[in-house]
Design a protein around this ligand. Structure first.
Ligand code: SAM
Length: 214
């Protein structure tokens, strides 16, 4: 069960120094280096969930700025609560629907996009809501640097097959594709497990992953 409205989550989000206020998002494109106060690369996770993946990365890579994007306040709240464990100046959160992602980051402002265990939206008529769909790839095409990277992992094989098929019409090409990430020692080097990855790999589901270097 997903808790969408935990009492007080909106207030906690509004007061958190880690969350970019919703009413300032329109002015964010082109200013992310000012927001972080440095010119380090910007890596984002879209559909971050409770944020453990980005928290782990931000802790071990202080020279990279991370932005986690999550649609639901109640889920984002968990990521904010985790920040009580560590102060991480290189991690920020946005509560928003990623449909507007190209209105929050400027052209070529993002160095890497992570999609982890994106919601499958199994009905055909909802295909354009899937985060690795061609509609979303078109938005990523705007915000991702020319030499940027897109990484997608999931245990959902139909979603992964769909995502791979979406690449060509969008003009993208995967440099790495695996249908069993956890059996590939070289790809597992530096792999950071997400909450969903841990849950589904522990019950034996193989994890699929692609990486695109533009
Ligand atoms: N990435 C995390 C992981 O691997 O553990 C969470 C995966 S969870 C299945 C997908 C998350 O993406 C949910 O928290 C959901 O609210 C969020 N999400 C789905 N569609 C979104 C959208 N259009 N914009 C922002 N977040 C979205």
């Amino acid at each position: 069960m997903r808790l969408r409205n935990i009492t007080g989550s909106r207030e906690v989000i509004a007061e958190s120094p880690y969350v970019v206020p919703e009413d300032t998002l329109e002015s964010c494109p082109g200013t992310w280096h000012e927001i972080f106060g440095n010119d380090h690369p910007i890596h984002i996770e879209i559909g971050m969930g409770k944020g453990r993946f980005l928290h782990t990365l931000a802790k071990s890579n202080p020279q990279i700025n991370y932005v986690g994007i999550e649609k639901y306040s109640s889920v984002l709240l968990r990521a904010i609560q985790k920040m009580e464990e560590d102060e991480l100046p290189n991690l920020k959160f946005i509560r928003m629907d990623a449909e507007d992602i190209d209105k929050v980051f400027g052209k070529g402002e993002v160095d890497r996009i992570y999609l982890n265990f994106s919601d499958p939206w199994p009905k055909d008529r909802h295909a354009k809501r899937r985060l690795p769909s061609r509609q979303f790839l078109a938005r990523y095409n705007v915000i991702l640097k020319k030499e940027g990277t897109l990484e997608f992992k999931t245990d959902n094989r139909p979603l992964f097959d769909f995502a791979v098929e979406e690449l060509e019409p969008a003009g993208w090409q995967a440099k790495v594709i695996t249908y069993d990430l956890h059996s590939d020692a070289s790809l597992m080097e530096g792999n950071v497990m997400t909450e969903y990855e841990e849950k589904f790999s522990s019950i034996g589901n193989p994890i699929c992953k692609y990486i695109i270097f533009r």
